[in-house]
Design a protein around this ligand. Structure first.
Ligand SMILES: [Zn+2]
Length: 158
């Protein structure tokens, strides 16, 4: 994806300040290997994603629910299909736009929002439990489709 600045990201999230967003330093991000930009707020309880689509950038603020006390189980990231043998996903939920917080949707996703690195094998901790031999272009398209579907269900495409 094309590089984003702190200003771009603050605008995307309605002028929230850097501390509210828990924005990481974007100068050291390797944008060329990302399909979306996701980061975790230092509180650990919020995640943010910035997703480039053909007609512009979309952003979602997500609640992040990880339950370290739950029994470890094999789980697949709904977005990139990385399979974790024990732990590694978190439940990310968001309010459906226009529902006044009454409806929300959620997906179990890589807990550090690093799907792009996982499909490119740029991080191996932990490696996937079920390796796939598909071409990277296919994995990128699948990830983009999953993100678009999530944005659509959150009513955040318009
Ligand atoms: Zn993932």
């Amino acid at each position: 994806m094309l590089p984003l600045t702190t200003k771009d990201l603050r605008q995307l999230f309605y002028g929230r300040n850097v501390a509210e967003l828990g924005l990481p330093d974007v100068d050291n991000v390797d944008w060329g290997v990302l399909d979306y930009f996701g980061w975790i707020h230092p509180s650990g309880q919020l995640g943010f994603v910035a997703v480039p689509l053909d007609d512009g950038l979309r952003g979602l603020r997500l609640r992040r629910i990880s339950n370290p006390n739950s029994r470890p189980r094999t789980r697949m990231c709904s977005w990139c299909h990385h399979v974790y043998r024990h732990r590694g996903t978190a439940l990310f939920t968001t309010s459906v736009v226009g529902s006044d917080g009454r409806r929300s949707i959620g997906n179990h996703v890589c807990s550090h929002l690093d799907c792009s690195l996982r499909i490119r094998n740029l991080t191996s901790d932990p490696s996937t439990y079920l390796p796939e031999s598909m071409h990277i272009d296919y994995k990128v398209r699948r990830l983009q489709n999953s993100l678009t579907m999530f944005l659509s269900r959150a009513n955040a495409l318009s």
